[in-house]
Design a protein around this ligand. Sequence first.
Ligand code: 6R9
Length: 663
Amino acid sequence: MTTGSPQHDTPHHAQTVPVPAEFARHAHIGSRAAYDDLCAQAQADYPGYWAGLAREMVSWKQPFNQVLDESNAPFYRWFADGTLNVSYNCLDRHVEAGLGDKTAIIFEADDGTVTRHSYKQLLEKVSQLANALKAQGVQKGDRVVIYLPMSVEGVIAMQACARIGATHSVVFGGFSAQSLRDRVEDAGAVLIITADEQQRGGKSLPLKAIVDEALSLGGCDSVRRVIVYRRTGGKVAFDAGRDVWLHEVMAAESTTCEPEWVEAEHPLFLLYTSGSTGKPKGVQHCTGGYLLQAALTTKWTFDLKPDDIFWCTADIGWVTGHTYVAYGPLANGGTQIVFEGVPTFPDAARFWRMIEAHKVTIFYTAPTAIRALIKAAEITAEVHPRNFNLGSLRLLGTVGEPINPAAWDWYHREIGGGRCPIVDTFWQTETGGHMITPLPGAHALTPGSCTLPFPGIDAAVVDETGKEVPWGQGGVLVVRKPWPAMIRTIWGDPERFKKSYYPADLGGTFYLAGDGAIRDVETGYFTITGRIDDVLNVSGHRMGTMEIESALVSHPLVAEAAVVGRPDDLTGEAICAFVVLKRARPSGEEARKLAAELRNHVAQEIGPIAKPKDIRFGDNLPKTRSGKIMRRLLRVIAKGDAVTQDTSTLENPAILEQLAQAN
Ligand code: 6R9
C-alpha cells in the first residue's frame, strides 16, 4: 500500500474559517455542542440513535422493530422487518402534506430553455412510467438499466423503478457500447431506458445508437425492451419488436400507481464503479437505510430548508447524482435545479449566470469544475463570477476529490462572497451518502480538510494491522461500525465484497475505504490524502488502472501496458500509460500517430473519460527480477521527476531513461 495523492497540498490550518454566526443561528445543527451531542447519542446507543432518525426522516408502511442485524457480518441488515417505498417518500407524502404545487425540479436545458415540475406533476409522470414499466412486464426485483442524459426524465425513470420495486442501474452517458454491454450483462437487465440523443455543449451525441451497438455485441439476451425518450428528435434505428417510445407508453397509462411496498433491504439500485481489478463492481444499495441517509445528509450537511433552491451539478450517472439529485432533495420536499449541459457552454460563466437567474441558495459541485472555471476567468474577464450577482448563495459544497486550498480560497471568496461556508464532503459510491463532512452551522473550516465524521459515522485512521494511529500520523481510512446506507454487496460477487471492503488483515470488521487519511494534531480534522489502491481520480471520476490497461492490451499491436496517475492542475490526476508494442518501439511521427490511435481505442472500449493524457512507448517496462512491474518508478517518471529511489531490485534499469522521454 502506498499513501498519498501526489497532487494534494497540505491544508493550511492557520487559516481556520469560523462558522458565520448568522448561519449558525438558523442552521439545523447550529453549534459544535449540538454536533458533539449527536455524536454522544450515537456512542451511547448506536442502534437507538439510527432508529430514532429512521422514524423521523422516513415514512414506513410497516414500521420496523429490528434495527441492526449483525448476525451475518459484514452483510449487515438495517430495519429489516420494516417496509416502505422510496418514491412514496420522495413524492406522495409531500403532495399529501399539501405541497403538490411546490416546484420540485427546475430544469435548464443545454440551450437555456427552462421547464418546471411541481411535486404533483412529477408524481403523475412517475406513476405513468411506473405503470408503463409494469405493462412491459417489469416486476419487483428485475433490473432496469438507465442510459439517459441529465434530464427530468432521468429522475422520473429512477423514481418509477423505485415505485415498482425494480432495481435500477444507471450507466453514465459517456460510457462506450462495450462498457454499457458489460454492465447490462452483469446486471441481467430486462429493460433499458435511453434517449435518441443527448444534447451537451451545443452538440448532440447518440445514445440509442450506442444501446443498439451494445446489444449487438451479444450477451444481453435478458433485455426484452428498450424505451426511448425523444430528446432531440434525431434519427434513430427502431427495432419494432423491441423498441418503444417513452411518450407513447406513458400516454397510455394512468397517472396514479399504487407503490410497491418493499422490505427495507430490497435492492434499490446497482451502480457500477471502478475497483483495483479490471472488472467494474456493481455496488448494491438497499432501500431503507439508503433513503434514511440520503434524506438526513441532505438536510444536515446542506442545511436544506423549505425555501432553498438547491443545485447539485453531478450527473445521475454517478452516485452524487443518485443521492443528491434523484433522492435526497426530493425526500426532503426541496426545490432543485437539474442541468442538462456543461459548465463551459455557451461560455464558462454558465454556472454563475444560472445561479443568478434561478437565485440558487445551495451550490454543490466538483473541485475539477472549480479549477477549470478559475482558469477560464483568468483568461476571459467576461466570464469572471464578479460580473454576476451571486448574492442568493448561502452555502457551497464540493465532492469527488480533494480540493486544493488555492481553489478552496477562490471558491470561498469569488463564489461565496466570503460569507458562505463550504462543505467539503468525503464519501464514495459504496457509502451511499456523506461520511466525513462539515456541518456548516457547527464546524469551523480548514481549507482542504473534510473536517469530522457525520454524526453516527465511526471513521478512524489506522495502520496496516487495524490499529488506530495518533493524530498527525498518516494511515488508512476505515469505518469501524456499519452504517445504514452502506453498500450491501457487490452484485453477484459476495466474496469480492468481503475481500475488497472487509480485509482480514484489518481484523475483518472494519470497512476499508481505499483512501489514505491524516488527522490534524490539534483539531482531529480529517484530510484525505488520496487512494491507496490502483484507482485514479480524474476530474472526480474513478478509473481503475487495470481497466485501462486491459483496454490497451486489447489493441492488436499492444503487448503490455502499465497505467499510473500523475498530478494535473486541472483534472487532479491525469492518466499516463506506458506501452510496449508487439513490434519495435515507434518514435517521432509514428509514435504520435499510434498514441492517438490507442487513445481512441480506449475511448471505444471504456469511454472518452478513460483516454490516457500521456502515452509513452518502451522496449519493456521496469520490472523486478520476479517480473513485477515497478509502478512506483513509473509514477516518478510520469511526473517528470528524476528517479532517486533505490533501483537495485530492477531487472532492466536502462529502460527508465527511455520511458522518461515524452513523444
Ligand atoms: C462521491 C464520490 C470516491 C472517491 C473516494 C476519494 C474521492 C470523494 C472526496 C474525495 C477527497 C473529498 N473523494 N470525495 N477525496 N475529498 N471530499 O465521489 O464517489 O465516485 O465513488 O469516488 O473519490 O478517493 O474514495 P466515487
